[in-house]
Ligand binder design. Structure first.
Ligand code: ZN
Length: 282
């Protein structure tokens, strides 16, 4: 057995992976660079470790580099005493002192949104090698997602592990109400405010699922924080929206479901190109 250990954001690697009951499996990035294309990298579903059966490399997630990283997200956890999830707000004193976003920082994020002032609105901080994106749910700060300023290989996001699983992202000042627009990531949710301005005026809230699916924790949050009546899906591809509906639609108990067709463009790309969006009833 090889002793080679490589550090990757395992959760990010698994974004498009296939899965069986216990593992995700995908093409190993090391093997793929030498042209080997079989899916021989297996990653445990808790993202603790991965193993490539072709090159025998062990994969692990990066270890937070300092104490700040360990404590920043400790306000959000699973309440094990109740057979349920619970939302703990992050105590303000746990927050780091943010650095101001420089013009260079803004330049690095420019591609992600046509409206750079949204970075301030979203409260995005610059700290060391990363942007830190605050997550609020119903006005409570619950989480920081970390986006590397200079992605390493395919690793762009580092999502600190929290018990209960990935949270949902709702733009600051918005609440999860009875109408939601489900999108993939933070910048999609911010772009959706403009792209779906009419819907937002009519009471829809953009909600990012931090990926392409709703976890049982997400479903619990949505069903407990609100009574969902109307859902619009806008993932980057139509198939993904339909898949999400197939998997989770019934568990949201909404009265109406629509999707926005997309052939791979994310909301900010559509916003930039001034295309109109259409809503198709499911
Ligand atoms: Zn490999």
């Amino acid at each position: 057995m090889s002793e080679v250990v490589r550090t990757y954001d395992l959760e990010a690697l698994c974004e498009n992976a296939d899965e069986n009951r216990t593992h995700y499996y995908l093409k190993c990035p090391l093997c793929a660079s030498s042209g080997y294309n079989k899916k021989k990298l297996y990653i445990k579903k808790d993202f603790s470790i991965g193993w490539c059966f072709h090159c025998n490399t062990s994969f692990q997630s990066p270890i937070p580099e300092n104490q700040d990283d360990m404590t920043i997200n400790e306000g959000f956890r699973l309440d094990e005493s109740a057979d349920n999830y619970k939302l703990f707000k992050l105590p303000q004193e746990k927050l780091f002192i943010p650095e101001i976003l420089t013009n260079e920082d803004r330049g690095l994020l420019d591609k992600r949104n046509p409206y750079l002032y949204l970075l301030d609105y979203a409260g995005i901080k610059s700290y060391k090698d990363s942007f830190w994106i605050p997550y609020y749910i119903n006005d409570e700060l619950i989480y920081y997602q970390r986006r590397l300023k200079h992605p390493i290989n395919d690793m762009k996001y580092y999502n600190p592990m929290i018990e209960g699983g990935k949270p949902l992202y709702v733009p600051p000042g918005m609440r999860i109400g009875s109408k939601i627009i489900l999108v993939e990531g933070v910048f999609d949710a911010l772009a959706a405010i403009f792209l779906h301005a009419d819907k937002v005026r009519a009471g829809f809230t953009p909600v990012a699922v931090m990926g392409k699916t709703l976890t049982s924790y997400h479903l619990w949050l949505l069903n407990n924080l609100s009574m969902i009546d109307e859902v619009i899906y806008q993932l980057d591809k139509t198939e993904l929206s339909l898949e999400l509906h197939e998997k989770c639609g019934r568990r949201l108990h909404a009265l109406s479901y629509q999707y926005v067709p997309s052939n791979g463009a994310d909301p900010e790309e559509i916003l930039r190109s001034n295309q109109s969006v259409e809503y198709i009833q499911l």
